[in-house]
Design a protein around this ligand. Structure first.
Ligand SMILES: C[S@@+](CC[C@H](N)C(=O)[O-])C[C@H]1O[C@@H](n2cnc3c(N)ncnc32)[C@H](O)[C@@H]1O
Length: 261
């Protein structure tokens, strides 16, 4: 079936791709990105800091928690390193299921499917709002639910503005997973005025986006145990010695990792 990219309407995955220097975007996305950067000049730095959080949190889940199965929802366009590259770097037998609802991510999914021979990567075209479809998909059912699974929701929860809906989604995602499973979240912070302005431009362009306070982000972890150092601006979450220094005022995303006990 041909994929309808609906290129006249800006989409978050393509705006994000443009701001990270990618080529998979259209005029409407570039115009929206220009407005967003005008409201929030630090956004490209912030998005890089978020990608670095993706890599560090994935390494933590694989190396420190020993998790070998990953469900990454809101994957975005392939940007190196992709999650499977990080976790298969720790153990080539790791399995990753990627999920996104943007047709252009689907078009590029093949680039996400370059698994190591020992492990696997799969791509599922689905909406975070339809957790039942995700959990019951053949791709996710191929994971072993008697062993821990790490769910990552990176730079996506801002697009689920309603708190009770967000709770329902996270509860439904974590319920079938065994103890030892984990959840990594990064999302737009309400504590940075530039982030609040950028979210307002997304919303005005037809992509409702909600900044969250640290308390609201902690709330998304429900009854999971949030690991040290808790909710932080993403560049402050377990920085590595080689991490490039970033000033707080540029960073518009907070993140944390929680474990199911
Ligand atoms: C800002 S990008 C984040 C990409 C990547 N996770 C990262 O942190 O670098 C957000 C992604 O979430 C996807 N997305 C937004 N709402 C979604 C939904 N309801 N269901 C599935 N994917 C969604 C978008 O298509 C986009 O690819």
């Amino acid at each position: 079936m041909p994929v309808d990219l609906n290129t006249a309407v800006p989409h978050s995955a393509r705006i994000y791709d443009y701001l990270l220097g990618g080529k998979d975007n259209f005029d409407a996305d570039r115009k929206a990105a220009a407005d967003i950067v005008k409201a929030s000049p630090s956004l490209p730095i912030s998005m890089r800091a978020n990608r670095d959080f993706l890599a560090r949190s994935a390494r933590f889940l694989a190396e420190d928690l020993g998790i070998r199965q990953f469900l990454d929802i809101g994957t975005g366009l392939p940007t190196s390193p992709n999650l499977h590259e990080v976790v298969q770097g720790v153990d080539p037998a790791s399995k990753v299921v990627y999920v996104d609802n943007d047709p252009i991510v689907l078009v590029h999914a093949r680039a996400l499917l370059t698994s190591s021979a020992e492990g696997s990567t799969a791509y599922l075209d689905a909406d975070l709002l339809d957790v039942e479809k995700i959990i019951n998909s053949a791709e996710v059912r191929d994971l072993d639910f008697s062993r821990p699974v790490a769910v990552s929701l990176l730079a996506i929860m801002q697009f689920v503005p309603d708190e009770s809906r967000a709770y329902e989604i996270i509860d439904a995602l974590m319920a079938p997973l065994p103890a030892g499973s984990a959840l990594a979240i990064s999302t737009v912070t309400a504590h940075n005025p530039q982030a609040v302005q950028a979210a307002a431009v997304y919303t005005a362009r037809g992509i409702p986006a909600k900044p969250r306070t640290d308390d609201q982000l902690r709330g998304l972890f429900r009854d999971l145990e949030v690991v040290e150092p808790g909710v932080q601006l993403v560049h402050r979450w377990r920085p590595e010695p080689a991490s490039a220094p970033v000033e707080d005022f540029h960073v518009q995303m907070s993140g944390a990792v929680g474990i199911k006990r």
